[in-house]
Design a protein around this ligand. Structure first.
Ligand SMILES: [Zn+2]
Length: 388
C-alpha cells in the first residue's frame, strides 16, 4: 500500500513508499542550504545542490545495504524474505515469518548495524585519504565525510535496545535465550522500546526549546513512530502466536439459523432476522450454501416489495461471497475479513456449509491468549484459579 517496486536485488523485491520522496526532498534541501553551503563557503549554490542530491542518494543506498544485509542473512538461515521497502524513516525488511530461535534472531538483527558501521568506517578511511592529500574541501571528500558520519549514526541509533529496532531485537534474542519464552522476551523488549521512544520525544522537545528546531521535530516524530511500532509489533506477535496454526474449523459459529430460498423477504425478516437478532441469514438447501441475505441486500429492495420478492432473488449468490474453508488458518480468515471489511465469513467444508467464523469470536480467542500469556510467566501451565 502506497509503495511501488523499483527493482530486484538478489531476488529480493525493492520498493519505495511515497513518504520516501518527502524525506528525500527535505534532507537534500537541508544538506544543501543548512550544511554544505555553510561549511564549504566557496561552493556555488548549484554545486551544493548537486553534491546534496548525490550524498542523499548514496545515503539511501547505504540504508538499502543495511536492509539487504538483514534480508540476506535471514534468507541464508532459511527464513522467507518478502521485500525491502524504503520509507520516510529509512528502510524495513519484510520477513515472511518470525525467527524460530534466539540465535537466528540475533544473527539477523546484528548484521544490520554491523553493515552500517562497516560502511561508516570505509567512508571515514576514504575521507582520511582525502585529508592526507589536502583535498578535504573537494565535493567527493565532503560526500564521503557525510556518509561516514551518517552511517555511523544509523548504526548507533539502530543499536538502541528497544524493539523493533535492531538493538531491541538483540535484547529480545538475549532475553529469549535466557528464559526460553519468546513472548515474554518480546514484551520486555517492546517495553524498552516504549521507554526509548519517550526518551527520544523528550530529547526532541528539549532540542526544540534550545532552538534546534529541525532536529528537535525529527526526534519527536521518530520517537512517536517507534512508540507505535513497539506496541503494535507485540500485538501482532500475540495475534500470530495465539492464532498460529489454528484452523477456522475449530471455532465455527453454528448458532446462525439458515433459511430456505423460496420464502419471501418479509417472512425472512419476521421469522429469522428480528426474533434472532441475526443481521445476516445463510440460504441453504441440503447443506449447500446458495447465498447470503444481509442488511445491505435488504436495503437494495424497497420495503413494499418484500412481500413479493423471494429470498433467492434478493440474496448475494455464493459466487460473489468471500468464504473460507474449515481447513484455512484463522489468521487467513482474519485477514480476509479485514481486507473486505466484513464481520463474518461463511465456512465451507468442500461444498457443504458449516456455519460462520466471526471477527468477535476470533478476537475473543486472542483476548484469552493475552490473559493466559500475562498470567503464565514462563509458558508454564496456568493454575485453574487464574484462568478466567
Ligand atoms: Zn536494521
Amino acid at each position: 500500500m502506497g509503495a511501488f517496486r523499483i527493482g530486484t536485488i538478489a531476488g529480493i523485491e525493492i520498493r519505495v513508499h511515497w513518504s520516501w520522496f518527502a524525506i528525500f526532498l527535505l534532507l537534500t534541501w537541508w544538506l544543501s542550504e543548512g550544511f554544505f553551503q555553510e561549511v564549504y563557503g566557496d561552493w556555488s549554490a548549484t554545486q551544493a545542490w548537486v553534491v546534496s542530491v548525490v550524498a542523499v542518494l548514496l545515503f539511501f543506498s547505504s540504508v538499502l545495504l543495511h536492509e539487504l544485509s538483514h534480508s540476506l542473512v535471514a534468507r541464508r538461515l532459511g527464513l522467507p524474505v518478502r521485500n525491502i521497502t524504503l520509507f520516510i524513516f529509512g528502510g524495513v525488511s519484510s520477513l515472511g515469518s518470525e525467527p524460530t530461535s534466539a540465535r537466528q534472531e540475533f544473527q539477523v538483527a546484528i548484521v544490520g548495524p554491523l553493515t552500517s558501521f562497516a560502511l561508516g568506517i570505509a567512508c571515514a578511511a576514504l575521507a582520511a585519504i582525502a585529508y592526507a592529500f589536502g583535498e578535504e574541501d573537494s565535493p567527493p571528500a565532503a560526500v564521503v565525510e557525510y556518509l561516514a558520519f551518517i552511517n555511523l549514526s544509523v548504526g548507533v541509533f539502530n543499536l538502541l535496545p528497544g524493539f523493533p529496532l535492531d538493538g531491541g531485537r538483540v535484547l529480545r534474542a538475549t532475553l529469549w535465550a535466557r528464559s526460553g519464552n519468546m513472548l515474554n522476551a518480546t514484551r520486555w523488549a517492546s517495553n524498552a522500546g516504549t521507554v526509548i521512544s519517550f526518551g527520544l520525544i523528550a530529547a526532541g522537545v528539549l532540542s526544540t526549546l534550545l532552538g534546534n528546531f529541525i532536529n528537535g521535530v525529527w526526534f519527536i516524530v521518530i520517537g512517536w513512530f517507534l512508540r507505535n511500532a513497539s506496541e503494535s509489533s507485540y500485538q501482532q506477535l500475540l495475534f500470530r502466536r495465539t492464532l498460529g496454526g489454528r484452523k477456522v474449523g475449530e471455532i465455527v459459529n453454528r448458532h446462525f439459523r439458515s433459511a430456505p430460498p423460496d420464502i419471501s423477504l418479509e417472512q425472512l425478516v419476521r421469522e429469522y432476522m428480528l426474533p434472532l437478532g441475526q443481521r445476516c441469514v445463510p440460504i441453504v438447501v441440503a447443506d449447500d450454501l446458495l447465498g447470503l441475505v444481509s442488511m445491505s441486500d435488504l436495503r437494495h429492495i424497497a420495503q413494499e416489495e418484500w412481500g413479493t420478492t423471494t429470498v433467492f432473488r434478493a440474496m448475494t449468490p455464493r459466487e460473489r461471497l468471500h468464504t473460507v474453508s474449515s481447513q484455512d488458518e484463522l489468521t487467513t480468515a482474519l485477514e480476509t475479513m479485514a481486507a473486505h471489511d466484513v464481520h463474518q465469513l461463511p465456512v465451507l467444508d468442500g461444498r457443504s456449509f458449516l456455519g460462520f467464523v466471526t471477527r468477535a469470536d476470533v478476537l475473543r480467542l486472542i483476548q484469552v491468549g493475552r490473559e493466559l500469556s500475562t498470567a503464565a510467566p514462563a509458558e508454564q501451565p496456568v493454575s485453574p484459579r487464574r484462568s478466567d
